[in-house]
Ligand binder design. Structure first.
Ligand code: GLN
Length: 456
């Protein structure tokens, strides 16, 4: 009830949710009955979860922030949602996003712009801005987002919460509406590292409905949160941290740099050894990402033809029906991505764009692998700036894309990364949060969570 009250009071200013469930109290009451009957309730019993609206929830709207899916109610739950429900958690509602996850601010949502709870004249980040704002404002306990190029980590940084992007394949993508299938992952938001880890434990693991989900056993990510290590003055002794040189150069706000360097000296106090590491291919990540993500999206979004689901235009001829449904259903950012992607994949340009971007992706994977053979964790800012004003970059897509420089490489390499608050810069009435990004080796979420937990 207290979360619902908070939601009701803050939602008119924030607009984090596209849909709020009217079943929350009923579901909570049925948990009470289960307790009375001494039945087993799951480890997340009664925990309220916000779910990004590109993740399918049974009998609830799931629009991906697009007019093309307005009024669509899936007849099934995404695997991640099914799993947290089996642990007793309750869906509080569906959170706002940039249409199909394409954007960094939620301004590309077809329905509304979400505000940053730290300063409502600023963006919450994106594309999972609704999920980040909801946790930051105490509208729910934890939330799910999706991260194709940073959409969990950058909004976590802008809203001052913890954001966890798991290894590609750790969490099933079944029921996540595809943007770029080789990059997409479902990730977790929480107000602490422990909360994000608890949610990850609930949703991870192999799923026969997603052929790219991993068969590796899921460790109990929660076990390490009750730890006597904290009593030790150097709990992270022996841990090797690599600070990525290319992430602290030009174009990164001075306040961000000093917050990150402050975090780094805290890690040293905790016993880590620190060196700078160079990833020479780092800056190639951004162009490679935008070519690959757009190319994959142009293919994935061909399913929205107005026939199977969603927005259907009236037309007397089939091609006109497809064309008009798409023309009226998709917003401008999505159309631009489809055009870019189709261009990059077309016969005359394939070698120059798509193929080249794939080669760059391999280079990036190798350079991360080499660095992570030597270091336990790599460190960078989560974003080159703190949250900026609503409207500030809306008409400058390249400036907006440039803000993804810190995060896209991690998706190209398929690695896990944790973002957590590490300080503030000036701005708004009370300062604006800064996020630190910790990148780990594939399937080593445990180490990220342990280090993050001790750090915070
Ligand atoms: N901002 C990036 C994009 O627009 C990342 C989005 C995401 O991770 N879904 O593609």
């Amino acid at each position: 009830e207290s979360y619902l009250t908070r939601l009701k009071l803050t939602e008119p200013h924030l607009k984090s949710f596209l849909h709020v469930s009217d079943q929350v109290l009923n579901e909570a009451q049925s948990l009470d009955l289960q307790i009375e009957r001494n039945e087993n309730i799951g480890p997340l019993a009664g925990v309220l979860v916000g779910v990004k609206d590109n993740i399918c929830t049974m009998d609830m709207p799931s629009t991906a922030g697009s007019k093309v899916l307005e009024n669509y109610r899936p007849p099934f739950d995404a695997t991640a949602v099914k799993r947290f429900k089996e642990s007793g958690a309750i869906v509080v509602g569906k959170t706002n996003l940039d249409e199909f996850g394409m954007g960094s601010t939620t301004e590309a949502s077809a329905f509304q712009v979400t505000a940053n709870p730290w300063d409502v004249s600023r963006v919450p980040g994106g594309s999972s801005g609704g999920s980040a704002a909801a946790v930051s404002a105490g509208q729910c306990v934890v939330s799910l987002g999706s991260d194709t190029g940073g959409s969990v980590r950058q909004p976590a940084s802008f809203c001052g919460v913890v954001g966890l992007k798991p290894t590609y394949g750790r969490v099933s993508r079944y029921g996540l509406m595809a943007y770029a299938s080789s990059l997409d992952v479902i990730g977790c938001f929480g107000s602490s590292v422990a909360d994000a880890g608890i949610l990850l434990t609930a949703i991870s693991g192999y799923d026969r409905l997603d052929a790219t989900s991993s068969k590796r056993a899921v460790p109990d990510y929660t076990s390490q949160f009750i730890s006597t290590e904290l009593l030790d003055s150097k709990p992270l002794k022996g841990l090797k941290i690599g600070l990525i040189r290319e992430t602290l150069g030009n174009g990164v706000d001075i306040g961000i740099k000093s917050a990150v360097l402050g975090a780094v000296s805290h890690l040293e106090e905790l016993g880590c050894t620190l060196s700078e590491v160079s990833l020479p291919s780092f800056s190639l990540g951004l162009p490679a990402y935008y070519i690959l993500a757009s190319s994959e999206s142009s293919s994935n979004l061909s399913r929205y033809d107005g026939v199977r689901y969603g927005n259907q235009a009236t037309a007397d001829e089939l091609n006109a029906l497809y064309g008009d449904s798409r023309a009226t259903g998709f917003g401008p950012e999505v159309k631009m991505r489809i055009l870019m992607g189709t261009y990059g994949l077309s016969a005359g340009y394939y070698d120059a764009y798509y193929k080249r971007a794939q080669q760059v992706r391999t280079l990036i994977q190798k350079s991360f692998k080499n660095a992570l053979d030597e270091y336990d964790i790599l460190i960078s800012p989560a974003a080159p700036s703190a949250a900026y004003k609503i409207g500030e970059k809306k008409n400058d897509p390249l400036a907006m894309y440039a803000g993804d420089i810190m995060t896209v490489n991690v998706n190209l390499a398929g690695l896990p990364a944790l973002v957590l608050p590490c300080g503030f810069v000036e701005g708004g009435a009370a300062g604006l949060p800064v996020g630190l990004q910790m990148i780990g080796a594939a399937f080593d979420e445990e180490k990220l969570l342990r280090v993050g937990h001790i750090f915070e």
